[in-house]
Design a protein around this ligand. Structure first.
Ligand code: SME
Length: 190
């Protein structure tokens, strides 16, 4: 484990620290095909590598457009978040990273912890469907910037590729099509 990186470091120091952290995560996940074990390992490694990460973890796409908390480090978190709510929901809904410098200015922010001031949420997308989101919260204001975004997006893309076999709930449209298909007519009805 490396010395946790302070937020008071240069962009290039931050980038180098991410390079090393991502290399270490890659080595730890070598040969690991279980998605839950992978999320637990990533949450632990990130949380202890960056001093300004005060909550670090995953929300998994559990049932249609509902996220459920996954492996994390930090204070206890909200258990379920619909795609329609909060920063995590916005990341899942739009499939785009949400970099929030001031959570109090984000209208729909869900305050799992009253000390959180800034947040970065990266979706993990497999074949156009959200597998999970990686959520990092800080008690410091505006602490995340494009270096954090770039590296956590790279990490998310690697996880999406490696764990593309993990379960993602099916969209209900597929179920509806089956449910609303007309019954085949019997000869009597025709
Ligand atoms: N703040 C997040 C909720 C998750 S936690 O902070 C751990 C949100 O608005 O989605």
């Amino acid at each position: 484990m490396y010395e946790p990186l302070s937020h008071e470091t240069s962009r290039s120091e931050r980038a180098t620290h991410y390079e090393l952290t991502l290399q270490r995560i890659d080595a730890l996940l070598e040969g690991e095909d279980d998605w839950v074990s992978a999320m637990a390992t990533v949450a632990c490694e990130l949380h202890h590598s960056f001093a300004y990460f005060h909550w670090t973890g995953f929300y998994r796409h559990l049932s249609h457009e509902v996220l459920a908390v996954g492996p994390y480090q930090g204070a206890h978190a909200c258990l379920r978040i619909p795609f329609s709510r909060g920063v995590c929901g916005a990341a899942a809904r739009t499939q785009e990273t949400q970099l929030v410098a001031d959570v109090h200015a984000f209208e729909d922010h869900i305050a799992c912890s009253s000390t959180t001031l800034s947040e970065l949420v990266v979706p993990i997308v497999v074949r156009d469907r959200v597998l999970a989101v990686l959520d990092v919260d800080s008690d410091l204001p505006a602490v995340f910037h494009d270096t954090d975004k770039r590296y956590l997006e790279r990490l998310a893309a690697g996880l999406a590729e490696r764990y593309a076999h993990a379960r993602i709930p099916k969209p209900p449209a597929a179920i509806e099509v089956l449910a609303t298909s007309p019954e085949p007519k019997t000869q009597k009805e025709e």
